[in-house]
Design a binder for this molecule. Structure first.
Ligand code: NAD
Ligand code: ZN
Length: 367
């Protein structure tokens, strides 16, 4: 039996189901909530090769024969050109507003597909079937969708909550270990934000989470509860939800600095380095103890994640150039830098007005 976590958003509340074998139940779960709908499935080539047939069989059981739209894999797919292709595919299938657009894939497919579902016919029904660990613990929940601009990550998009999230833990068996690790960074993030017990549990149990079995599903469910909590409190990120950006200001700058080249750095790896830097920076500002920074670095390193800039292959631009990427990040308001800093493991907070000069000297020192 799957675990159900509800995202409490009043009349837009929805369920996240977490468990194995959910692809085969997709038709039943979707048609129960959205009876009589037609569907488009958007996916990428890797996921299609491994899981599309299973999903189609599952949809068939609910009487759904979807139109399939397949994109190339990778961060570069979050672009205007690919958005246009998805929009065109949905329109070509003659789907109506009440029909459903299903994202089958990682965060890239989820973000792109959700945005398309949000703008075609001014908003269609949307269902997330996340297939990467990152998407299962983070991006499929909460309604943030969008694409990248050459000027930065995630700068164009809409909020569109899904009607249902199906996190089938079995599909993670085909996920490359590097991608599993990258998703693990976002999982550890919830511990570092405000769940110190979760972080300590992960320090003791991470190998079981990687191996599969009950600890994996348990960790994913815990992460979904953490995310659902924050989203229900602050759907549109006017407050607390910004805590989920822990590690992302540095992380996004590093992704931009490596031209979104997944061969060098994928999103979750950028977040891992970003979280380590956020702890080190907090300790440098005398907000947190250096022991906390060392503890975070040690854990990321133990699971095999990169945690410092020198772990990124190839040359990085200098500290000034990295700062320029940071000041272009959307979390900058009126010239002041907003950072998620911490007083220790599980004690993150939103710091407004962080002086750019402090960031610059920290970047010089960490380079
Ligand atoms: P991704 O979608 O590129 O997936 C990673 C890789 O794994 C891809 O090559 C994909 O083809 C492959 N893959 C996925 N599932 C697989 C499976 N089951 N078997 C085999 N291969 C599989 O990247 P991601 O790490 O899932 O997501 C990163 C994206 O998510 C970034 O663009 C980030 O900005 C976004 N994100 C969004 C939110 C949000 O709230 N919307 C939150 C966090 C991250
Ligand atoms: Zn992220």
């Amino acid at each position: 039996q799957p675990v159900t976590v509800e995202v409490g958003l009043g009349d837009r509340a929805y369920d996240i189901l977490i468990g194995s074998g959910l692809l085969l139940r997709a038709g039943e779960e979707i048609s129960r909530r959205l009876p009589g709908t037609r569907a488009a499935v958007v996916t990428d080539e890797n996921v299609a090769a491994a899981h599309l047939d299973t999903l189609k069989a599952g949809l068939e059981k609910g009487g759904i024969q979807p139109t399939v739209i397949t994109m190339p894999p990778g961060e570069k797919t979050k672009s205007f050109a690919h958005l246009e292709a998805v929009v065109d595919g949905i329109l070509a299938a003659r789907l109506e507003r009440g029909d459903v657009v299903i994202a089958l894939g990682g965060g890239v497919i989820g973000d792109l597909t959700g945005f398309a579902a949000g703008i075609v016919r001014r908003g269609m029904n949307f269902v997330q079937i996340p297939t990467s660990l990152l998407a299962q613990v983070d991006s499929s929940v909460g309604g943030k969708t969008g694409i990248n601009s050459p000027r930065g990550k995630n700068l164009v998009g809409v909020f569109l909550q899904p009607k249902l999230v199906l996190a089938d833990t079995e599909v993670l068996d085909t996920l490359p270990v590097r991608e599993f690790r990258a998703g693990y960074a976002e999982l550890a993030k919830y511990g570092l934000i405000d769940r110190p017990d979760l972080f300590a549990w992960l320090e003791a149990n991470w190998e079981k989470v990687f191996a599969g079995g009950p600890e994996r599903a348990q960790a994913i469910a815990e992460a979904c509860r953490a995310k659902a909590d924050v989203v229900a409190r602050d759907e549109f990120e006017t407050g607390d939800r910004a805590l989920l950006n822990l590690g992302h200001t540095f992380g996004h700058a590093l992704e931009a600095a490596t031209q979104y080249d997944g061969a060098r750095l994928v999103h979750g790896e950028g977040v891992a380095i970003g979280m380590a830097l956020a702890h080190r920076f907090s300790s440098r500002l005398n907000l947190a103890s250096p022991d906390d920074a060392a503890r975070v670095e040690a854990h990321l390193s133990a699971v095999g994640l990169p945690w410092r800039m020198s772990d990124i292959p190839g040359d990085l631009p200098d500290a000034e150039a990295l700062l320029a990427f940071i000041t272009q990040d959307k979390k900058v308001s009126r010239g002041a830098l907003t950072f998620i800093l911490t007083r220790g493991v599980g004690q993150a907070f939103i710091a407004k007005d962080v002086p750019a000069s402090e960031v610059l000297s920290f970047l010089r020192e960490s380079h």
